[in-house]
Design a protein around this ligand. Structure first.
Ligand SMILES: Nc1ncnc2c1ncn2[C@@H]1O[C@H](COP(=O)(O)OP(=O)(O)O)[C@@H](O)[C@H]1O
Ligand SMILES: N[C@@H](CCOP(=O)(O)O)C(=O)O
Length: 311
């Protein structure tokens, strides 16, 4: 049996629409992500368990994890023995935490290990991105690569091996607050403008390249000072009840930046101290999340996707 965990991620990371993403590790040691378990069976079978399993279509053929298994058997490992695949769906759907990417990454990584196919990093990332693209309304790697590789990743087709890991200040904390309602990624992509003006394009390129370079030079405060999203946040904020109030209130409690995680509705802050992160989390718990929501103080998950059990 092979059991693989894949962590939640923050797509876009404010400055890098579709090109920058970070994997999350709650500081209380809990696992925030999906798990795929693959074991030998007499014929292929699939089950979906976990807190959010009931939010997914009951028909297995509509579950991304099962679709990954069908694809893997047909195109990657036709001779793999029959398997039982269990997806433990621990992340809410349409949350902005890279939920669909998490299921896809955990499943392909588990199947690759079980079948011993040893796909390369690029082969796996491309395969994973194909499936993420099916549901999200656009091909993007900013959940897939951090979820798979861990850390903060600058990612895309122009980048060697699809990804470059960027350093962050080890003192930074990330507060991620899921308000408890869903926002479909395809819908949140459909409200974005189809074209950028020359000015906006130049500014985006400048901001992302400066941010990445400053991180690589370990000029973390300078990087933080330009960490803003002018590409997606202004169009998506109206879809997220409470976001504007949170963005206005949290800086006074120590948030260095407040932005949308992925397509939302999860929001995230970057804080320089644990005290500031705790103050932000407390405010978010009282003012942003409902009974179905949750809030985690996190560091980056530098391990990414990993095996929990091998039997
Ligand atoms: N294993 C899965 N995990 C997440 N979403 C899935 C899965 N299988 C199928 N889906 C479908 O894919 C869509 C994912 O929605 P999306 O808004 O892209 O989620 P997220 O932003 O959380 O990744 C939903 O319609 C959901 O029903
Ligand atoms: N770059 C994508 C990220 C979507 O992340 P998700 O967690 O909401 O699926 C976008 O902004 O659309």
């Amino acid at each position: 049996m092979i059991e693989v965990y894949a962590p939640a991620s923050i797509g876009n990371f404010a400055v890098g629409f579709d090109a920058l993403g970070a994997a999350l590790a709650p500081i209380d040691g809990s696992l925030l992500g999906d798990v795929a378990v693959v074991s030998a069976a007499s014929s292929d079978e699939f089950i979906c368990s976990g807190e959010y399993a009931h939010k997914l279509p009951s028909d297995a053929s509509e579950n991304l994890a099962y679709q990954c298994l069908v694809h893997f058997r047909a195109h990657v490992a036709p001779n793999m023995p029959s398997v039982k695949l269990e997806l433990k769906k621990n992340l809410p759907i349409g949350s902005g935490l890279g939920s669909s990417a998490c299921s896809v990454v955990a499943t392909f990584a588990a199947l690759d290990k079980f079948a011993g196919t040893k796909l390369s990093q690029v082969e796996l990332i491309e395969l994973m991105a194909d499936f993420e693209a099916v549901v999200s309304g656009g091909r993007h790697y900013d959940n897939i690569t951090p979820c798979y590789l861990g850390g903060l990743q600058l990612t895309g087709d122009l980048i060697p091996n699809k990804s470059i890991a960027l350093p962050v200040d080890e003192n930074w904390y990330y507060v991620a607050a899921f308000p408890g309602f869903s926002l479909n990624t395809a819908k949140a992509r459909s409200v974005l403008p189809k074209e950028l003006s020359m000015h906006a394009g130049v500014e985006f390129a400048q901001r992302l390249s400066a941010f990445s370079s400053l991180l690589l030079m370990h000029r973390f405060d300078d990087a933080l000072s330009i960490m803003q999203d002018h590409i997606a946040e202004p169009y998506r904020a109206p879809l997220i009840t409470g976001f504007s109030e949170a963005k206005a209130s949290l800086p006074a409690l120590g948030a260095e930046i407040v932005s949308i995680s992925g397509a939302g509705p999860t929001l995230f802050t970057v804080c320089k101290t644990l005290k500031a992160a705790q103050q932000c989390a407390q405010w978010l718990e009282s003012n942003y999340i409902n009974e179905q929501g949750f809030c985690h103080i996190c560091k980056l998950d530098n391990d990414g996707t990993r095996q929990l059990t091998v039997l």
